[in-house]
Design a binder for this molecule. Structure first.
Ligand SMILES: Cc1cc2nc3c(=O)[nH]c(=O)nc-3n(C[C@H](O)[C@H](O)[C@H](O)COP(=O)(O)OP(=O)(O)OC[C@H]3O[C@@H](n4cnc5c(N)ncnc54)[C@H](O)[C@@H]3O)c2cc1C
Length: 389
């Protein structure tokens, strides 16, 4: 069968792209051996924070549109994704950080995002268990959290209802024939053909693109997470991050706390595997306890880590590649989950219709003139572990 679109990868990005292509009436096949995110993919490991504030200017409008979309997404996809809107609080603990918070509020407002500057008393009204050191905060009341695993599954299920085909196999190779891509070879040796092949394989994209001679300033890294048990009488409605802190903190629907914040884990064999780094776990927990002392006695419940891809400018690569028929939607680092609903919509539009302006900042060829080969090489080989502090 000839598809309009083959989507390789069914993480949150591929699932959203597949759904939106199907919603636009396209015949789509979504390929992934681990359908509905599995360890150690980014969508499996993700904290699921829905934060529109603090985005790069290139992403701000998309993050704002995604924020609106999340408000209605459970209805649209007819699924429970544990979406909750307690707002997002980004705190400052000293005068220098407070200046940055003011800038952050005005940048969010410029992008149309509802954002408020909160003084100490208001911060503690919204999050009573936070340390008194939190002096000023950027609060975005329409932000929140959702389950990335449930969200990816919901996009896939909705795509299937619209006629999409799920293929629970690995894409073994992408042949280039007469200078273009028009099919993929699956793990069992069979082929699937399509007008457009969309690569959404997260950290696994690097080797896949390398095999096609497509080299980008793209690397992968391991990020780790942990949860602690609930504390009787302690609640935290907003998700919380801190200026100058490696911290993301939220209370989940079951009352437990989830702690992240760009703490790097390990890859035991260096081959896209992931496990938490014990020393970093201790720092991660300590950071959360300092910022939110109300949970300082909560015992650790679970730790895990996942792999994500990152570009040299920390913005994704989205657009047609140099190979006709091959489209890229990869390199989502730090906060790709929040924008996934809009990315899927825009990518579907880009491959079926006119090219949306919103995607231009992410064009895969943007690095060609701007970044020297030596800088790319240094970025790819650089160790991305955080220094302990
Ligand atoms: C620990 C952690 C916490 C995060 N927290 C947040 C957060 O709070 N908020 C937020 O917005 N973002 C967050 N992010 C970022 C966000 O989760 C990622 O940007 C997003 O999940 C990336 O999704 P993806 O679909 O691009 O990649 P992935 O989820 O990694 O999906 C790639 C898929 O490709 C498949 N694949 C690979 N190779 C092949 C192949 N050969 N054939 C077929 N399929 C293949 C894999 O099986 C996988 O399913 C976090 C990321 C991590 C790692």
């Amino acid at each position: 069968m000839m598809y309009d679109t083959i989507v390789i990868g069914a993480g949150i990005i591929g699932a959203s792209v597949g759904y939106h292509v199907a919603r636009a009436g396209g015949r789509v096949a979504i390929i992934d051996p681990g359908m509905g995110p599995v360890q150690p993919t980014a969508s499996w490991a993700s904290a699921g924070g829905l934060r529109a504030q603090g985005r790069s200017p290139a992403e701000a409008a998309i993050a704002h549109a995604a924020q609106q979309r999340w408000q209605v997404l459970e209805d649209e996809l007819e699924a429970d994704m544990e979406v909750r809107f307690g707002g997002h609080l980004h705190i400052a603990e000293n005068a220098v950080q407070a200046e940055r918070i003011r800038k952050r509020v005005s940048e969010a407002q410029d992008a149309g995002i509802e954002a408020r500057l909160l003084a100490e008393a208001e911060i503690h009204d919204i999050a009573p268990g936070l340390a008194r050191a939190a002096r000023l905060a950027c609060f975005t009341p329409q932000d929140g959290q959702a389950s990335p695993i449930l969200a990816a599954r919901a996009f896939l299920a909705a795509a299937v209802r619209l006629g999409a085909t799920l293929v629970p196999q690995k894409c073994a190779s992408i042949p280039v024939e007469q200078g273009r891509v028009s099919r993929i070879v699956l793990g069992d040796g069979t082929s699937l053909s399509a007008r457009t092949v969309v690569v959404c394989t997260g950290a696994w994209s690097i080797s896949m693109l390398d095999a096609l001679g497509l080299r980008f300033p793209l690397r992968w890294r391991v990020l780790q997470m942990m949860t602690t048990e609930a504390q009787p009488g302690v609640t935290l409605a907003p998700t919380v991050t801190g200026e100058g802190r490696n911290l993301s903190l939220k209370q989940m629907p079951d009352g437990n706390y989830m702690i992240g914040g760009r703490w790097f884990g390990n890859s035991p064999d260096g081959l896209l595997s992931a496990c938490p780094d014990e020393r970093h776990l201790a720092c991660q927990l300590q950071t959360a306890r300092e910022v939110f002392p109300a949970m300082r006695h909560a015992p650790v419940q679970r730790t895990w880590a996942g792999c994500e891809a990152q570009t040299i400018d920390s913005l994704p690569l989205i657009g047609h590649s140099a190979l006709a028929g091959l489209y890229l939607s990869v390199g989502f680092s730090n906060h790709g989950f929040q924008i996934a609903p809009e990315i899927g919509r825009l990518v579907a539009q880009d491959i079926t219709d006119a090219s949306p302006d919103a995607l231009h900042p992410f064009a895969p060829d943007r690095f060609e003139r701007q970044v020297s080969a030596s800088r790319v090489e240094a970025f790819i080989t650089e160790t991305t572990r955080l220094a302990l502090h």
